[in-house]
Design a protein around this ligand. Structure first.
Ligand SMILES: [Zn+2]
Length: 310
């Protein structure tokens, strides 16, 4: 590509209302369905919605995008996307790009989602205490060091800051240690993990139905790790797993979204090698000089802050 891509990319995660089929009594909050719909109304006033295929043609064949081009993206392959987002997009004859992990039915939850359930159930101090109780002295030392390290990036001065700080510690430095602990806490406080995960993530029938309805799918790794935390070999394995999985639903080259928006310098080369033509970050950005670092706006933040989209 010779020039930066001018493109507004919206990013969504949970789209649900308390008590609906997606939320399913979990207490995990998301963007209310009505807020999502009114955001689409707002966006349509100033933007022209484009599909992943339009963006790919712009990147690969230099085909121009319309002025105010806007792409809708959805991360993590949660059931909200079938139950709520797909229904709304289909009615409006819009397409979304859905980044889905390669999960099999016996995998259970990724770490991040296990944390969401437990936070909703136990609250922040409750979850932190329950984990701390189960750590050995060496792990407690690692926990304390990691907390110190991330305090600048996630100042624990608000509840959100405190939650992000705990997440960083658990999803990075302690990720391999707390996996089993969180599995145990999940079974005690929430229920049978494997069974719940089967309804929580999109299954292959739902993905096929969404694809037949004009939706597109991209890779989001297998285990959802921070790419700047794992090593190059693990990154390659995550990207390869994504490619092997996605080829059953979507013809390449494909799109990829970095888990947690975590970046590493070798990712573009690896992604290209395994058949991905673009990758999406969580950076806020509207012009994109590098197709492997495309920025996005968080739909929920935009809705809360009432900022313009253009
Ligand atoms: Zn994700």
């Amino acid at each position: 590509m010779n020039h930066p891509l001018d493109l507004t990319v919206m990013m969504y995660h949970y789209i649900r209302d308390p008590g609906d089929a997606a939320e399913a009594g979990s207490g995990i909050p998301g963007m209310p369905v009505k807020t999502f719909e009114s955001q689409l109304d707002e966006l349509s006033k100033q933007n022209t919605f484009v599909t992943w295929l339009d963006v790919r043609a712009a990147l690969q064949e230099n085909r121009p995008l319309p002025n105010g081009a806007c792409l809708l993206t959805f991360d993590d392959g949660v059931c909200d996307h079938y139950l709520n987002a797909f229904r709304i997009l289909y009615q409006r004859k819009l397409s979304g790009l859905f980044f889905v992990m390669d999960r099999s039915e016996s995998d259970g939850f990724i770490l991040a989602h296990r944390i969401h359930f437990l936070l909703a159930k136990l609250g922040l101090p409750g979850l932190r205490d329950a984990i701390w109780e189960r750590l050995n002295p060496l792990q407690r030392e690692q926990f304390t060091q990691a907390e110190k390290k991330y305090q600048l990036k996630y100042p624990p001065i608000s509840l959100d800051g405190q939650i992000n700080l705990l997440k960083a510690v658990l999803q990075r430095d302690l990720s391999s240690d707390v996996n089993q602990i969180l599995r145990e806490l999940f079974e005690i406080h929430i229920g049978p993990e494997i069974e719940l995960a089967q309804n929580y993530y999109l299954n292959t029938d739902q993905i096929r139905e969404m694809a037949a309805g004009g939706m597109h799918f991209g890779g989001h790794s297998r285990n959802h790790p921070w790419f700047d935390w794992i090593d190059a070999e693990a990154r390659a394995a995550e990207i390869k797993a994504s490619a092997d999985w996605i080829r059953q639903f979507e013809s390449g080259p494909w799109a990829f979204a970095y888990p947690y928006g975590g970046l590493s310098e070798d990712s573009p080369i690896l992604l290209k090698e395994y058949g991905f033509a673009a990758a999406f970050t969580t950076r806020t950005q509207l012009r994109h000089p590098n197709p492997y670092y495309i920025g996005r706006l968080d739909g929920e933040e935009v809705a809360q802050n009432g900022q313009g989209y253009a």
